[in-house]
Design a protein around this ligand. Structure first.
Ligand SMILES: Cc1cc2nc3c(=O)[nH]c(=O)nc-3n(C[C@H](O)[C@H](O)[C@H](O)COP(=O)(O)OP(=O)(O)OC[C@H]3O[C@@H](n4cnc5c(N)ncnc54)[C@H](O)[C@@H]3O)c2cc1C
Length: 380
């Protein structure tokens, strides 16, 4: 067992950290306050290969592995959680299913320009009435000659307001329930495809998280990923990789909060000494640091397993469950260590606290991760 990063991974970590500190962090507060999608930053990240980290160069990717991918998302999220998830969606939720299930033609058209970051993608599974129970989705795709005609509404779609294309999960045979679900790429600009309302959220404000509305939207059958009825399998297997991205995002947010709290505790004086001298504060810092380490290790294990080609659903669920709940605990403590200043918008831990919370909800809530894990635990 080797916990050492390879030379290549270390070089990547250094260059992404430098990029995140110099280009991403300075804009994080503004992006949080305005909610503007960071298009210019996305382009710069693309130039570094961060829009398709663990994809072959022949498909427009940077040719790294998934462990490297966790490093990238952690470093970016440490400086801006919105930018972290925007890149995670591009890598894991949009590019990955096309890489695994797309035809050569589809890869040329719908993967390569997105992997290179010339275009932005999103993943549209959730609907207003169907989240955890995604199999209950109601968007329909009716075959008419060489097209599918889509009708329905998707909710909470990260990157949705900025995307050039969405992978839409729709039902082509509602009588079959989840076995009737099909994955179809829908390009923005297709008549009948409209970006709906943008969600006003607690955190990760710059993610163009929108409803997508389809009204008699005709899409070529050639845009179907995999076979009819295979969409649910595509959607769920995609989330396995996505959860590794979210665990890395949670780890990055927590690390930023921890570093701020450590620094603050050494500057802030109370009762004539830095508050870091109080054992109560030291113990909080120790717990934070230990949990961050544990989350990163669990996630690297999941990513390593993904790289070996083995099944990694349970490892990804464990990593996501632990890292997301850890991020909530760590950002809570970071705010506590900052006292009243932690509650102020002047200090970034307030943003960390708001941004961390979503990691327990999207790409499967903590309860859904526990369901995934319990089904395996009880079997063994
Ligand atoms: C900011 C944000 C961004 C998002 N981005 C995307 C995106 O890009 N693409 C996309 O498709 N979706 C996206 N989502 C949707 C997200 O994945 C869902 O919100 C999430 O899966 C939960 O679904 P729900 O909101 O419908 O909650 P519900 O499914 O209604 O759950 C409500 C509560 O019930 C619990 N619950 C539900 N079923 C069970 C069960 N069987 N056992 C125990 N407890 C259960 C849940 O854990 C939760 O606590 C996003 C959501 C948010 C908030």
């Amino acid at each position: 067992m080797d916990f050492e990063l390879t030379e290549e991974q270390k070089l990547l970590q250094n260059s992404v950290r430098e990029f995140a500190e110099s280009e991403v962090r300075p804009l994080a507060k503004e992006h949080d306050e305005t909610g503007h999608f960071p298009r210019a930053l996305f382009k710069k990240a693309a130039e570094l290969g961060l829009t398709a980290v663990a994809f072959p160069e022949s498909e427009g990717g940077a040719g790294f592995d998934h462990v490297a991918y966790t490093i990238v998302i952690e470093e970016i999220s440490r400086c801006c959680a919105s930018t972290g998830v925007i890149l995670s969606v591009q890598n894991s939720l949009y590019c990955d299913p096309l890489h695994r299930f797309g035809t050569e033609e589809q890869k040329n058209k719908f993967l390569q320009p997105y992997a290179r970051g010339e275009k932005i993608g999103c993943y549209a599974l959730t609907e207003p009435q169907a989240g955890s129970n995604a199999a209950a989705l109601q968007t329909k795709a009716v075959r008419k000659g060489d097209t599918y005609v889509l009708n329905g509404t998707k909710a909470w779609i990260t990157n949705g307001g900025a995307a050039d294309a969405a992978i839409v999960y729709a039902n082509t045979d509602p009588a079959k329930g989840e076995k009737g679900i099909t994955a179809i790429v829908v390009e923005n600009g297709t008549p009948g495809f409209k970006v709906g309302k943008e969600e006003k959220k607690l955190g990760i404000n710059a993610t163009a998280c929108c409803e997508l509305v389809f009204t008699d939207c005709a899409v070529p059958v050639a845009n179907r990923i995999g076979n009819e009825g295979e969409g649910y399998k595509v959607a769920l297997s995609t989330l396995d990789g996505g959860r590794i991205g979210i665990a890395a995002q949670a780890t990055g947010i927590a690390r930023d909060a921890f570093e701020a709290a450590l620094n603050y505790s050494q500057q802030r004086l109370a009762f004539g000494q830095p508050i870091s001298q109080f054992q109560a504060i030291q113990f909080m810092l120790v717990d934070m640091s230990t949990e961050i380490d544990a989350a990163r290790l669990l996630n690297r294990k999941a990513a390593w397993k993904q790289d070996t080609g083995a099944r990694f659903s349970m490892d990804a669920a464990i990593a996501k469950l632990f890292a997301s709940e850890m991020a909530t605990r760590v950002t809570h403590k970071a705010m506590q260590i900052h006292g009243g200043n932690g509650y102020s918008r002047e200090y970034p831990v307030e943003r960390n606290y708001r941004d961390a919370r979503i990691t327990e909800i999207y790409e499967g809530t903590s309860e859904i991760q526990r369901l995934v894990i319990s089904s395996r635990v009880l079997k063994s």
